[in-house]
Design a protein around this ligand. Structure first.
Ligand code: MN
Length: 255
C-alpha cells in the first residue's frame, strides 16, 4: 500500500512538473437566460499559443470577481455587447444591447488585474470595456458618427479579413506582427474614442477608427478591436503572435 501511495505521489510530481502553460482566464459572456459562455475560437487560439484556458464566469460581487482574477496568470476579455455609456458619463446615443451585469463584473475584474499586474488581452468588446474601466470613452455608433466608407460591420464571414489597419512603427504590436499594414476582419459598430490615460493607440483603420492599443510597460495591456481568434480559427495564423504574446507575458508574470 505504501509503495502504491509513493508511486502515485511520484506520478503527481512528474505531472505537475510537466504542466508548463500559464493559466489564461477567458471572460465569459452572460446571456439573458443566465448562461455563461465563450466562443470556441478563443479557447482554441489560447491552446495553440501554449496557454491553459479556463472560463471565467460573470461574478456578481466585487470580492468574488477579484478572487477569481487573483488565481490567473493572464486574462482575456472577449467580444460581446455594448458597454453602458453611463460608465463614461454619456447618455445612450447609438449603443445597443447593454448588459449591466457583465459591465459591472468585468470592470471589477479589469481593476483587479491592473492592480495585481496580471497580463491582459482585450478583443472587441474587451478592447472597449478595458478602455472605459480605465477612464476612456467610446464612439457609440460608427456608421452614424464617423465619416467613413469602410464597413466596420462586414458582410463577409468573421473568419475573413475585410479592411486594412496600419500599425504604429516601433510599437509592441509592430514587433509582434512585423508589418506596417495588414488586412483584418471587422465585426463592430463601436470603437475607442478617447483612450484612457496610459493607453496608446497603435492600430488604426484607414478612416481613423481605433483598431488596437497597448499600455506597456506600465499597464500590462494589449487590446485589439478586430477578431484575431476568428482569423486563426479560419486557418490564418498570422495573428497568432497576439495570443503567444499574452501567454509569454503570463509566463513572465507567473515566475
Ligand atoms: Mn474595423
Amino acid at each position: 500500500m505504501k509503495k502504491i501511495t509513493l508511486t502515485l505521489a511520484l506520478c503527481l510530481l512528474v505531472l505537475s512538473a510537466a504542466a508548463q502553460g500559464p493559466l489564461i482566464g477567458l471572460v465569459c459572456g452572460h446571456s439573458s437566460s443566465g448562461n455563461n459562455g465563450v466562443g470556441d475560437y478563443y479557447v482554441q487560439a489560447v491552446v495553440k499559443a501554449g496557454g491553459v484556458p479556463v472560463l471565467v464566469p460573470t461574478m456578481f460581487d466585487k470580492a468574488s470577481a477579484e478572487e477569481v482574477v487573483s488565481k490567473l496568470d493572464g486574462i482575456l476579455f472577449t467580444g460581446g455587447e455594448d458597454v453602458d455609456p453611463a460608465w463614461y458619463g454619456e447618455e445612450i446615443n447609438g449603443a445597443v444591447d447593454i448588459n449591466g451585469l457583465r459591465d459591472t463584473s468585468e470592470i471589477y475584474m479589469i481593476n483587479q488585474a491592473v492592480q495585481l499586474g496580471i497580463p491582459i488581452l482585450g478583443i472587441c468588446r474587451g478592447c472597449q470595456v478595458i478602455n472605459v474601466a480605465l477612464g476612456g470613452t467610446l464612439v457609440q455608433d460608427i456608421p452614424t458618427q464617423v465619416k467613413t466608407k469602410l464597413k466596420h460591420k462586414q458582410s463577409e464571414p468573421g473568419t475573413q479579413a475585410s479592411h486594412y489597419m496600419t500599425i504604429e512603427p516601433g510599437s509592441h504590436m509592430a514587433s509582434l506582427l512585423g508589418v506596417k499594414k495588414v488586412k483584418i476582419n471587422s465585426l463592430h459598430h463601436e470603437a475607442v474614442k478617447t483612450p484612457a490615460p496610459g493607453l496608446k493607440v497603435v492600430c488604426l483603420a484607414e478612416d481613423g477608427v481605433v483598431e488596437g492599443y497597448e499600455g506597456l510597460p506600465f499597464l500590462n495591456i494589449v487590446a485589439v478591436q478586430f477578431h484575431p481568434e476568428k482569423l486563426i480559427g479560419g486557418g490564418d495564423e498570422f495573428f497568432l503572435p497576439i495570443f503567444k504574446d499574452l501567454v509569454e507575458r503570463a509566463k513572465k508574470f507567473a515566475e
